[in-house]
Design a protein around this ligand. Sequence first.
Ligand code: NAP
Length: 165
Amino acid sequence: MSKPTISIVVAVTGNNHAIGNGGKLLVHISDDLKRFKAITRGHPIIWGRKTYESIGRPLPERTNIVITRNPEFKAEGCIVVPSLEDAIKKAGELDSEIFIGGGGEIYKEALPYVHKLYLTIVESDAEGDVFFPDWRKNFTKETFREERLDEKTGLKYTWVDLERV
Ligand SMILES: NC(=O)c1ccc[n+]([C@@H]2O[C@H](COP(=O)([O-])OP(=O)(O)OC[C@H]3O[C@@H](n4cnc5c(N)ncnc54)[C@H](OP(=O)(O)O)[C@@H]3O)[C@@H](O)[C@H]2O)c1
Protein backbone atom coordinates (compact mmCIF):
# COMPACT_ATOMS: atom_id res chain seq x y z
CA MET A 1 0.00 0.00 0.00
CA SER A 2 1.26 3.52 -0.76
CA LYS A 3 1.90 5.96 2.08
CA PRO A 4 -1.23 6.56 4.17
CA THR A 5 -2.83 9.89 4.93
CA ILE A 6 -2.17 10.57 8.61
CA SER A 7 -4.64 12.69 10.57
CA ILE A 8 -4.88 13.93 14.12
CA VAL A 9 -8.17 14.37 15.94
CA VAL A 10 -7.89 16.49 19.08
CA ALA A 11 -9.84 18.80 21.38
CA VAL A 12 -7.83 21.76 22.69
CA THR A 13 -8.70 24.73 24.85
CA GLY A 14 -8.67 28.00 22.96
CA ASN A 15 -6.36 29.90 25.30
CA ASN A 16 -3.35 27.61 25.78
CA HIS A 17 -4.16 24.44 23.80
CA ALA A 18 -4.46 22.22 26.87
CA ILE A 19 -5.74 18.71 26.13
CA GLY A 20 -5.80 16.87 29.45
CA ASN A 21 -5.31 16.96 33.19
CA GLY A 22 -4.51 14.20 35.66
CA GLY A 23 -4.64 11.62 32.87
CA LYS A 24 -8.16 12.60 31.87
CA LEU A 25 -9.83 14.67 29.17
CA LEU A 26 -10.52 18.31 30.07
CA VAL A 27 -14.02 18.54 28.67
CA HIS A 28 -16.74 16.09 27.73
CA ILE A 29 -18.88 17.28 24.86
CA SER A 30 -21.25 14.62 23.65
CA ASP A 31 -21.52 15.87 20.03
CA ASP A 32 -17.75 16.12 19.85
CA LEU A 33 -17.31 12.50 20.92
CA LYS A 34 -19.84 11.57 18.23
CA ARG A 35 -17.83 13.48 15.64
CA PHE A 36 -14.64 11.76 16.84
CA LYS A 37 -16.28 8.37 16.37
CA ALA A 38 -17.68 9.24 12.96
CA ILE A 39 -14.33 10.52 11.67
CA THR A 40 -12.21 7.63 12.94
CA ARG A 41 -14.66 4.71 12.55
CA GLY A 42 -13.31 2.01 10.26
CA HIS A 43 -9.73 3.31 10.30
CA PRO A 44 -6.70 2.35 12.39
CA ILE A 45 -6.14 4.61 15.38
CA ILE A 46 -2.85 5.04 17.25
CA TRP A 47 -2.74 5.73 21.00
CA GLY A 48 0.00 6.46 23.50
CA ARG A 49 -0.07 3.95 26.33
CA LYS A 50 -1.29 6.52 28.87
CA THR A 51 -4.25 7.60 26.77
CA TYR A 52 -5.08 3.99 25.98
CA GLU A 53 -5.11 3.15 29.69
CA SER A 54 -7.32 6.14 30.46
CA ILE A 55 -9.87 4.79 27.96
CA GLY A 56 -9.31 1.27 29.25
CA ARG A 57 -10.50 -0.65 26.19
CA PRO A 58 -10.08 -0.67 22.44
CA LEU A 59 -12.61 1.50 20.59
CA PRO A 60 -14.93 -0.68 18.53
CA GLU A 61 -15.04 -0.82 14.72
CA ARG A 62 -11.43 0.24 14.24
CA THR A 63 -7.97 -1.25 14.72
CA ASN A 64 -6.44 0.14 17.91
CA ILE A 65 -2.66 0.40 18.00
CA VAL A 66 -0.95 1.22 21.32
CA ILE A 67 2.62 2.55 21.59
CA THR A 68 4.72 1.69 24.65
CA ARG A 69 8.37 1.15 25.50
CA ASN A 70 7.33 -1.62 27.88
CA PRO A 71 7.82 -4.97 26.10
CA GLU A 72 5.57 -6.69 28.67
CA PHE A 73 2.59 -4.42 28.05
CA LYS A 74 -0.57 -6.21 26.93
CA ALA A 75 -3.80 -4.67 25.70
CA GLU A 76 -6.50 -7.11 24.76
CA GLY A 77 -7.91 -6.53 21.29
CA CYS A 78 -5.12 -4.08 20.38
CA ILE A 79 -1.88 -4.20 18.43
CA VAL A 80 0.96 -3.14 20.76
CA VAL A 81 4.12 -1.64 19.20
CA PRO A 82 7.39 -0.20 20.56
CA SER A 83 7.56 3.00 18.46
CA LEU A 84 5.55 5.55 16.52
CA GLU A 85 7.29 4.47 13.31
CA ASP A 86 6.13 0.88 13.88
CA ALA A 87 2.62 2.10 14.63
CA ILE A 88 2.44 4.13 11.40
CA LYS A 89 3.91 1.25 9.38
CA LYS A 90 1.43 -1.25 10.83
CA ALA A 91 -1.54 1.08 10.38
CA GLY A 92 -0.47 1.91 6.82
CA GLU A 93 -0.47 -1.78 5.94
CA LEU A 94 -4.15 -1.89 6.90
CA ASP A 95 -5.58 1.32 5.46
CA SER A 96 -4.80 4.37 3.35
CA GLU A 97 -6.17 6.70 6.07
CA ILE A 98 -4.92 6.44 9.64
CA PHE A 99 -5.48 8.45 12.81
CA ILE A 100 -3.44 9.60 15.77
CA GLY A 101 -5.67 9.64 18.87
CA GLY A 102 -3.19 11.14 21.37
CA GLY A 103 -2.14 11.95 23.95
CA GLY A 104 0.31 14.79 24.30
CA GLU A 105 3.54 12.85 23.78
CA ILE A 106 2.25 11.01 20.75
CA TYR A 107 0.72 14.13 19.19
CA LYS A 108 4.04 15.94 19.56
CA GLU A 109 6.05 13.11 18.01
CA ALA A 110 3.53 12.53 15.22
CA LEU A 111 2.83 16.13 14.18
CA PRO A 112 5.73 16.32 11.66
CA TYR A 113 4.24 13.31 9.78
CA VAL A 114 0.65 14.51 9.85
CA HIS A 115 -1.29 15.74 6.80
CA LYS A 116 -4.59 16.76 8.37
CA LEU A 117 -5.87 18.10 11.70
CA TYR A 118 -9.44 17.72 12.94
CA LEU A 119 -9.45 20.29 15.73
CA THR A 120 -12.07 21.05 18.31
CA ILE A 121 -11.23 24.39 19.88
CA VAL A 122 -13.12 24.79 23.14
CA GLU A 123 -13.73 28.15 24.82
CA SER A 124 -12.71 26.91 28.24
CA ASP A 125 -10.13 28.03 30.77
CA ALA A 126 -9.98 24.57 32.36
CA GLU A 127 -6.49 24.00 33.69
CA GLY A 128 -4.43 21.36 31.88
CA ASP A 129 -1.16 19.52 32.48
CA VAL A 130 -0.77 18.22 28.92
CA PHE A 131 -0.77 20.47 25.86
CA PHE A 132 -1.03 20.18 22.08
CA PRO A 133 2.00 21.41 20.12
CA ASP A 134 1.70 24.59 18.05
CA TRP A 135 0.31 23.72 14.61
CA ARG A 136 -0.41 27.19 13.27
CA LYS A 137 2.67 27.69 11.10
CA ASN A 138 2.30 24.50 9.04
CA PHE A 139 -1.45 23.90 8.96
CA THR A 140 -2.97 26.97 7.36
CA LYS A 141 -5.36 25.54 4.78
CA GLU A 142 -8.80 25.51 6.40
CA THR A 143 -11.25 23.09 4.80
CA PHE A 144 -14.08 23.20 7.34
CA ARG A 145 -15.26 25.38 10.23
CA GLU A 146 -18.37 25.23 12.38
CA GLU A 147 -19.11 27.14 15.57
CA ARG A 148 -21.18 25.25 18.11
CA LEU A 149 -22.65 25.46 21.59
CA ASP A 150 -22.87 22.49 23.94
CA GLU A 151 -26.23 22.89 25.68
CA LYS A 152 -25.29 20.61 28.57
CA THR A 153 -22.06 22.30 29.64
CA GLY A 154 -22.74 25.74 28.14
CA LEU A 155 -19.35 25.56 26.42
CA LYS A 156 -18.81 27.21 23.05
CA TYR A 157 -16.54 25.32 20.70
CA THR A 158 -15.45 25.34 17.07
CA TRP A 159 -14.70 22.46 14.75
CA VAL A 160 -11.84 23.38 12.42
CA ASP A 161 -10.33 21.03 9.83
CA LEU A 162 -6.88 22.05 8.59
CA GLU A 163 -4.45 20.66 6.04
CA ARG A 164 -0.70 20.97 5.93
CA VAL A 165 0.52 23.39 3.26
N1 NAP B 1 -8.12 16.41 24.23
C1 NAP B 1 -7.89 15.35 23.47
O1 NAP B 1 -8.35 15.32 22.32
C2 NAP B 1 -7.07 14.22 24.00
C3 NAP B 1 -6.86 13.09 23.23
C4 NAP B 1 -6.08 12.06 23.75
C5 NAP B 1 -5.53 12.19 25.02
N2 NAP B 1 -5.76 13.30 25.74
C6 NAP B 1 -5.19 13.47 27.09
O2 NAP B 1 -3.77 13.42 27.02
C7 NAP B 1 -3.26 12.97 28.27
C8 NAP B 1 -2.28 11.83 28.04
O3 NAP B 1 -1.18 12.31 27.27
P1 NAP B 1 0.34 11.99 27.70
O4 NAP B 1 1.24 12.86 26.90
O5 NAP B 1 0.45 12.06 29.18
O6 NAP B 1 0.50 10.44 27.34
P2 NAP B 1 0.32 9.62 25.96
O7 NAP B 1 0.91 10.38 24.81
O8 NAP B 1 -1.07 9.13 25.84
O9 NAP B 1 1.18 8.30 26.27
C9 NAP B 1 2.55 8.45 26.59
C10 NAP B 1 3.16 7.06 26.60
O10 NAP B 1 3.26 6.56 25.27
C11 NAP B 1 4.43 5.79 25.13
N3 NAP B 1 5.32 6.45 24.20
C12 NAP B 1 5.41 7.77 23.87
N4 NAP B 1 6.34 7.99 22.93
C13 NAP B 1 6.87 6.75 22.63
C14 NAP B 1 7.86 6.31 21.72
N5 NAP B 1 8.50 7.16 20.91
N6 NAP B 1 8.15 5.00 21.69
C15 NAP B 1 7.49 4.10 22.47
N7 NAP B 1 6.52 4.48 23.36
C16 NAP B 1 6.22 5.79 23.43
C17 NAP B 1 5.06 5.72 26.52
O11 NAP B 1 4.45 4.59 27.14
P3 NAP B 1 5.21 3.73 28.28
O12 NAP B 1 5.35 4.65 29.44
O13 NAP B 1 4.30 2.57 28.52
O14 NAP B 1 6.53 3.31 27.67
C18 NAP B 1 4.58 7.01 27.15
O15 NAP B 1 4.59 6.99 28.57
C19 NAP B 1 -4.47 12.53 29.10
O16 NAP B 1 -4.83 13.59 29.99
C20 NAP B 1 -5.55 12.35 28.04
O17 NAP B 1 -6.86 12.52 28.55
C21 NAP B 1 -6.52 14.33 25.26
